[in-house]
Design a protein around this ligand. Structure first.
Ligand code: DAH
Length: 342
Protein backbone atom coordinates (compact mmCIF):
# COMPACT_ATOMS: atom_id res chain seq x y z
CA UNK A 1 0.00 0.00 0.00
CA UNK A 2 2.78 2.38 0.96
CA UNK A 3 4.35 1.53 -2.36
CA UNK A 4 1.40 3.08 -4.21
CA UNK A 5 1.75 6.32 -2.22
CA UNK A 6 5.53 6.31 -2.73
CA UNK A 7 5.11 5.99 -6.47
CA UNK A 8 2.63 8.87 -6.60
CA UNK A 9 4.90 11.09 -4.45
CA UNK A 10 7.85 10.29 -6.71
CA UNK A 11 5.86 11.48 -9.71
CA UNK A 12 4.90 14.66 -7.84
CA UNK A 13 8.56 15.32 -7.09
CA UNK A 14 9.45 14.72 -10.76
CA UNK A 15 6.80 17.23 -11.86
CA UNK A 16 8.06 19.83 -9.45
CA UNK A 17 11.66 19.32 -10.52
CA UNK A 18 10.93 19.39 -14.26
CA UNK A 19 12.18 22.39 -16.24
CA UNK A 20 10.97 21.95 -19.83
CA UNK A 21 12.91 24.82 -21.40
CA UNK A 22 12.49 24.38 -25.13
CA UNK A 23 9.26 24.00 -27.07
CA UNK A 24 10.08 20.34 -27.70
CA UNK A 25 10.69 19.60 -24.01
CA UNK A 26 7.48 21.35 -23.05
CA UNK A 27 5.50 19.25 -25.49
CA UNK A 28 7.08 16.06 -24.13
CA UNK A 29 6.09 17.20 -20.61
CA UNK A 30 2.52 17.80 -21.75
CA UNK A 31 2.24 14.34 -23.34
CA UNK A 32 3.73 12.66 -20.27
CA UNK A 33 1.60 14.34 -17.60
CA UNK A 34 -1.41 15.86 -19.35
CA UNK A 35 -1.85 13.90 -22.61
CA UNK A 36 -4.48 11.26 -23.32
CA UNK A 37 -2.26 8.42 -22.06
CA UNK A 38 -0.56 10.30 -19.26
CA UNK A 39 1.23 8.84 -16.23
CA UNK A 40 -1.38 10.17 -13.83
CA UNK A 41 -4.04 7.90 -15.34
CA UNK A 42 -2.06 4.82 -14.31
CA UNK A 43 -1.71 6.19 -10.80
CA UNK A 44 -5.47 6.82 -10.66
CA UNK A 45 -5.98 3.20 -11.68
CA UNK A 46 -4.09 2.05 -8.57
CA UNK A 47 -6.74 3.66 -6.32
CA UNK A 48 -8.88 0.51 -6.66
CA UNK A 49 -6.25 -1.46 -4.71
CA UNK A 50 -6.47 0.82 -1.67
CA UNK A 51 -8.67 0.21 1.32
CA UNK A 52 -11.63 2.58 1.67
CA UNK A 53 -10.12 4.71 4.49
CA UNK A 54 -7.02 5.65 2.44
CA UNK A 55 -8.91 6.32 -0.83
CA UNK A 56 -9.78 9.92 0.07
CA UNK A 57 -6.19 10.77 0.98
CA UNK A 58 -4.97 9.21 -2.26
CA UNK A 59 -7.61 11.07 -4.27
CA UNK A 60 -6.36 14.40 -2.84
CA UNK A 61 -2.80 13.46 -3.71
CA UNK A 62 -3.96 12.76 -7.28
CA UNK A 63 -5.60 16.22 -7.46
CA UNK A 64 -2.39 17.81 -6.20
CA UNK A 65 -0.43 15.96 -8.86
CA UNK A 66 -2.74 17.05 -11.64
CA UNK A 67 -2.77 20.66 -10.47
CA UNK A 68 1.04 20.64 -10.17
CA UNK A 69 1.41 19.30 -13.73
CA UNK A 70 -1.00 21.90 -15.13
CA UNK A 71 0.60 24.76 -13.23
CA UNK A 72 4.11 23.78 -14.35
CA UNK A 73 2.93 23.51 -17.95
CA UNK A 74 1.30 26.97 -17.93
CA UNK A 75 4.23 28.52 -16.16
CA UNK A 76 6.83 27.20 -18.63
CA UNK A 77 4.65 27.96 -21.63
CA UNK A 78 4.45 31.62 -20.66
CA UNK A 79 8.09 31.96 -19.63
CA UNK A 80 10.49 33.73 -21.99
CA UNK A 81 12.50 30.75 -23.13
CA UNK A 82 9.74 28.77 -24.79
CA UNK A 83 7.81 31.75 -26.18
CA UNK A 84 11.10 33.01 -27.64
CA UNK A 85 11.27 29.79 -29.63
CA UNK A 86 7.85 30.53 -31.04
CA UNK A 87 8.85 34.01 -32.16
CA UNK A 88 11.84 32.57 -34.00
CA UNK A 89 9.54 30.71 -36.38
CA UNK A 90 9.23 33.16 -39.25
CA UNK A 91 5.86 34.35 -40.34
CA UNK A 92 6.12 33.66 -44.03
CA UNK A 93 3.17 35.87 -44.84
CA UNK A 94 4.69 38.97 -43.21
CA UNK A 95 5.86 41.73 -45.60
CA UNK A 96 9.67 41.84 -46.09
CA UNK A 97 11.97 44.36 -44.43
CA UNK A 98 12.97 47.15 -46.75
CA UNK A 99 16.75 47.33 -46.95
CA UNK A 100 18.33 50.78 -47.10
CA UNK A 101 19.95 51.13 -50.52
CA UNK A 102 23.46 52.47 -50.87
CA UNK A 103 24.34 55.22 -53.30
CA UNK A 104 27.21 55.77 -55.68
CA UNK A 105 30.23 57.60 -54.34
CA UNK A 106 30.55 61.12 -55.81
CA UNK A 107 33.98 60.19 -57.23
CA UNK A 108 32.41 57.26 -59.09
CA UNK A 109 29.58 59.46 -60.34
CA UNK A 110 32.00 61.97 -61.87
CA UNK A 111 34.33 59.26 -63.15
CA UNK A 112 31.43 57.58 -64.96
CA UNK A 113 30.32 60.90 -66.36
CA UNK A 114 33.81 61.57 -67.70
CA UNK A 115 33.97 58.09 -69.27
CA UNK A 116 30.58 58.74 -70.82
CA UNK A 117 31.55 62.13 -72.27
CA UNK A 118 34.80 60.86 -73.78
CA UNK A 119 33.10 57.69 -75.09
CA UNK A 120 30.91 59.95 -77.25
CA UNK A 121 33.99 61.21 -79.10
CA UNK A 122 35.51 57.78 -79.57
CA UNK A 123 37.62 57.20 -76.44
CA UNK A 124 37.71 53.72 -74.95
CA UNK A 125 38.72 52.95 -71.35
CA UNK A 126 42.05 51.34 -70.40
CA UNK A 127 43.39 50.38 -66.99
CA UNK A 128 46.76 49.49 -65.52
CA UNK A 129 48.40 48.40 -62.25
CA UNK A 130 48.60 50.66 -59.19
CA UNK A 131 51.94 49.10 -58.20
CA UNK A 132 54.20 50.28 -61.00
CA UNK A 133 57.83 50.04 -61.99
CA UNK A 134 60.13 52.98 -62.44
CA UNK A 135 60.08 52.68 -66.24
CA UNK A 136 56.34 53.12 -66.77
CA UNK A 137 55.80 55.76 -64.11
CA UNK A 138 58.91 57.88 -64.76
CA UNK A 139 61.71 56.89 -67.10
CA UNK A 140 59.63 56.17 -70.23
CA UNK A 141 57.83 59.45 -69.61
CA UNK A 142 60.99 61.52 -69.96
CA UNK A 143 61.86 61.57 -66.27
CA UNK A 144 65.00 59.43 -65.78
CA UNK A 145 66.45 58.93 -62.29
CA UNK A 146 67.92 62.17 -60.87
CA UNK A 147 65.79 64.31 -63.22
CA UNK A 148 64.63 67.34 -61.23
CA UNK A 149 61.06 66.94 -62.51
CA UNK A 150 60.71 63.88 -60.25
CA UNK A 151 60.35 66.34 -57.41
CA UNK A 152 57.01 67.42 -58.88
CA UNK A 153 55.53 64.21 -57.49
CA UNK A 154 56.38 62.90 -54.02
CA UNK A 155 56.60 59.17 -54.46
CA UNK A 156 55.86 56.14 -52.30
CA UNK A 157 58.65 53.73 -53.21
CA UNK A 158 57.99 50.19 -52.11
CA UNK A 159 61.37 48.59 -52.78
CA UNK A 160 64.80 49.58 -51.47
CA UNK A 161 66.24 50.05 -54.97
CA UNK A 162 63.33 52.36 -55.87
CA UNK A 163 62.37 50.09 -58.75
CA UNK A 164 58.83 49.46 -57.49
CA UNK A 165 56.49 52.25 -56.47
CA UNK A 166 52.84 53.22 -56.15
CA UNK A 167 52.01 55.05 -59.36
CA UNK A 168 51.99 58.81 -58.92
CA UNK A 169 49.84 59.39 -62.00
CA UNK A 170 47.83 57.36 -64.49
CA UNK A 171 50.25 58.49 -67.23
CA UNK A 172 51.95 55.14 -66.59
CA UNK A 173 49.02 53.45 -68.31
CA UNK A 174 49.68 55.69 -71.32
CA UNK A 175 53.09 54.02 -71.70
CA UNK A 176 51.66 50.52 -71.24
CA UNK A 177 49.10 51.14 -73.97
CA UNK A 178 51.64 52.59 -76.41
CA UNK A 179 53.95 49.62 -75.82
CA UNK A 180 51.31 46.99 -76.46
CA UNK A 181 49.03 48.50 -79.08
CA UNK A 182 49.44 49.90 -82.55
CA UNK A 183 48.20 53.42 -83.41
CA UNK A 184 45.64 54.81 -83.82
CA UNK A 185 45.07 54.92 -80.05
CA UNK A 186 42.23 56.86 -78.50
CA UNK A 187 41.65 56.04 -74.87
CA UNK A 188 41.20 57.39 -71.37
CA UNK A 189 42.69 55.80 -68.28
CA UNK A 190 40.80 56.44 -65.07
CA UNK A 191 42.36 55.22 -61.83
CA UNK A 192 43.71 55.71 -58.36
CA UNK A 193 47.11 57.31 -57.80
CA UNK A 194 49.33 57.83 -54.74
CA UNK A 195 51.56 60.63 -53.53
CA UNK A 196 53.55 61.06 -50.37
CA UNK A 197 51.78 64.24 -49.31
CA UNK A 198 50.66 65.54 -45.96
CA UNK A 199 46.91 65.07 -45.75
CA UNK A 200 44.93 68.31 -45.66
CA UNK A 201 41.76 69.81 -47.11
CA UNK A 202 43.59 70.31 -50.44
CA UNK A 203 45.96 67.32 -50.63
CA UNK A 204 45.77 63.61 -49.92
CA UNK A 205 48.08 60.62 -50.18
CA UNK A 206 45.70 58.99 -52.63
CA UNK A 207 43.33 60.42 -55.23
CA UNK A 208 42.04 59.68 -58.73
CA UNK A 209 42.93 60.83 -62.20
CA UNK A 210 41.65 60.43 -65.71
CA UNK A 211 44.46 60.36 -68.23
CA UNK A 212 43.68 60.73 -71.92
CA UNK A 213 45.73 59.76 -74.96
CA UNK A 214 45.14 60.16 -78.68
CA UNK A 215 47.77 59.01 -81.16
CA UNK A 216 47.36 58.92 -84.93
CA UNK A 217 48.82 60.49 -88.05
CA UNK A 218 48.57 64.30 -88.12
CA UNK A 219 47.17 64.86 -84.64
CA UNK A 220 47.58 68.53 -83.78
CA UNK A 221 47.25 70.87 -80.82
CA UNK A 222 43.98 72.07 -82.38
CA UNK A 223 42.57 68.55 -81.95
CA UNK A 224 43.55 68.65 -78.28
CA UNK A 225 41.85 72.00 -77.78
CA UNK A 226 38.68 70.83 -79.47
CA UNK A 227 38.50 67.66 -77.33
CA UNK A 228 39.04 69.68 -74.14
CA UNK A 229 36.50 72.27 -75.18
CA UNK A 230 33.94 69.56 -75.86
CA UNK A 231 34.62 67.93 -72.50
CA UNK A 232 34.37 71.22 -70.57
CA UNK A 233 31.04 72.11 -72.15
CA UNK A 234 29.55 68.66 -71.58
CA UNK A 235 30.73 68.54 -67.99
CA UNK A 236 30.19 72.12 -66.82
CA UNK A 237 27.62 73.55 -69.23
CA UNK A 238 27.32 75.03 -72.72
CA UNK A 239 28.53 78.48 -71.73
CA UNK A 240 31.85 77.21 -70.42
CA UNK A 241 34.98 78.69 -72.00
CA UNK A 242 38.48 77.19 -71.83
CA UNK A 243 41.92 78.73 -71.59
CA UNK A 244 45.39 77.22 -71.98
CA UNK A 245 48.42 78.48 -70.07
CA UNK A 246 51.95 77.44 -71.07
CA UNK A 247 53.39 74.87 -68.66
CA UNK A 248 55.90 72.06 -68.39
CA UNK A 249 55.53 68.28 -68.19
CA UNK A 250 58.43 65.95 -68.97
CA UNK A 251 56.29 63.87 -71.32
CA UNK A 252 54.64 66.58 -73.44
CA UNK A 253 55.98 69.31 -75.70
CA UNK A 254 54.47 71.84 -75.82
CA UNK A 255 52.62 71.51 -72.52
CA UNK A 256 49.74 73.47 -71.10
CA UNK A 257 47.64 73.87 -68.02
CA UNK A 258 43.96 74.05 -68.79
CA UNK A 259 41.45 76.37 -67.09
CA UNK A 260 37.72 76.63 -67.54
CA UNK A 261 35.70 79.78 -67.05
CA UNK A 262 34.16 79.69 -63.58
CA UNK A 263 30.75 78.06 -63.95
CA UNK A 264 29.62 79.41 -60.60
CA UNK A 265 29.96 83.12 -61.34
CA UNK A 266 30.20 82.87 -65.13
CA UNK A 267 33.63 84.53 -65.05
CA UNK A 268 32.85 87.65 -63.06
CA UNK A 269 34.72 86.43 -59.97
CA UNK A 270 33.67 84.51 -56.82
CA UNK A 271 35.13 82.50 -53.94
CA UNK A 272 35.36 79.26 -55.97
CA UNK A 273 37.56 80.86 -58.66
CA UNK A 274 39.28 83.07 -56.09
CA UNK A 275 37.94 86.07 -57.97
CA UNK A 276 39.93 85.30 -61.09
CA UNK A 277 37.01 84.05 -63.19
CA UNK A 278 38.95 80.86 -64.08
CA UNK A 279 39.52 77.47 -62.41
CA UNK A 280 42.23 74.98 -63.31
CA UNK A 281 41.12 71.45 -64.19
CA UNK A 282 44.20 69.66 -65.54
CA UNK A 283 47.37 69.44 -67.58
CA UNK A 284 47.84 68.52 -71.23
CA UNK A 285 50.09 68.75 -74.23
CA UNK A 286 51.48 67.08 -77.36
CA UNK A 287 53.14 63.75 -76.55
CA UNK A 288 56.92 64.32 -76.61
CA UNK A 289 58.54 62.48 -79.59
CA UNK A 290 60.99 60.85 -77.14
CA UNK A 291 58.10 59.30 -75.27
CA UNK A 292 56.77 57.87 -78.53
CA UNK A 293 60.22 56.48 -79.31
CA UNK A 294 60.48 54.89 -75.86
CA UNK A 295 57.34 52.95 -76.67
CA UNK A 296 58.51 52.01 -80.20
CA UNK A 297 56.10 54.32 -81.99
CA UNK A 298 57.62 56.18 -84.96
CA UNK A 299 57.46 59.93 -84.20
CA UNK A 300 58.06 60.73 -87.87
CA UNK A 301 54.78 59.06 -88.74
CA UNK A 302 52.64 59.58 -85.65
CA UNK A 303 51.87 62.40 -83.28
CA UNK A 304 49.48 62.63 -80.39
CA UNK A 305 48.09 64.58 -77.52
CA UNK A 306 47.64 63.63 -73.88
CA UNK A 307 45.89 65.15 -70.93
CA UNK A 308 45.45 64.40 -67.24
CA UNK A 309 42.76 65.57 -64.86
CA UNK A 310 42.05 64.98 -61.18
CA UNK A 311 38.63 63.45 -60.54
CA UNK A 312 38.51 64.86 -57.00
CA UNK A 313 39.25 68.34 -58.34
CA UNK A 314 36.38 68.17 -60.83
CA UNK A 315 34.02 66.63 -58.26
CA UNK A 316 34.85 69.34 -55.73
CA UNK A 317 34.13 72.03 -58.30
CA UNK A 318 30.97 70.41 -59.57
CA UNK A 319 29.42 69.74 -56.15
CA UNK A 320 31.21 72.53 -54.27
CA UNK A 321 32.82 70.25 -51.74
CA UNK A 322 35.67 72.12 -50.11
CA UNK A 323 37.55 69.42 -48.21
CA UNK A 324 39.30 66.59 -50.07
CA UNK A 325 39.34 64.39 -46.97
CA UNK A 326 35.55 64.00 -47.11
CA UNK A 327 35.91 61.70 -50.13
CA UNK A 328 37.84 59.12 -48.13
CA UNK A 329 35.90 59.14 -44.87
CA UNK A 330 32.78 57.55 -46.33
CA UNK A 331 30.58 59.40 -43.89
CA UNK A 332 27.05 58.28 -44.68
CA UNK A 333 25.77 61.85 -44.18
CA UNK A 334 27.83 62.98 -47.18
CA UNK A 335 27.19 59.90 -49.32
CA UNK A 336 23.42 60.06 -48.79
CA UNK A 337 23.36 63.43 -50.54
CA UNK A 338 24.19 61.67 -53.81
CA UNK A 339 21.36 59.14 -53.69
CA UNK A 340 19.52 60.55 -56.66
CA UNK A 341 22.62 61.10 -58.81
CA UNK A 342 23.87 58.37 -61.12
N1 DAH B 1 50.52 63.28 -65.14
C1 DAH B 1 50.26 64.65 -64.80
C2 DAH B 1 50.11 64.79 -63.30
O1 DAH B 1 49.87 63.84 -62.67
C3 DAH B 1 49.03 65.14 -65.48
C4 DAH B 1 49.21 65.25 -66.93
C5 DAH B 1 49.64 66.41 -67.50
C6 DAH B 1 48.97 64.17 -67.76
C7 DAH B 1 49.82 66.53 -68.85
C8 DAH B 1 49.15 64.27 -69.12
C9 DAH B 1 49.57 65.46 -69.65
O2 DAH B 1 48.94 63.27 -69.95
O3 DAH B 1 49.74 65.57 -71.01
O4 DAH B 1 50.24 65.85 -62.79
Amino acid sequence: MQEIFDKANAVLAAINDAKPATAEELEAFRIQYLGSKNVLKDLFGAMAQLPGDRKKEYGQLMNTLKAAAEAKYEEQKNSGSTTQQKVDVPDLSAPGYSLPLGSRHPISIIKNKMIDIFARIGFTVAEGPEVEDDWHNFTALGTPKDHPARDMQDTFYISEDKHWLLRTHTSSVQVRMMETQKPPLRMIMPGRVYRNETISARAHCTFHQVEGLYIDENVSFADLKQAMYYFAQEMFGRDTQIRFRPSFFPFTEPSAEMDISCFICGGTGCAVCKHSGWVEIGGCGMVDPHVLENSKIDPAKYSGYAFGMGIERITMLKYQINDLRLFFENDIRLLKQFESAL
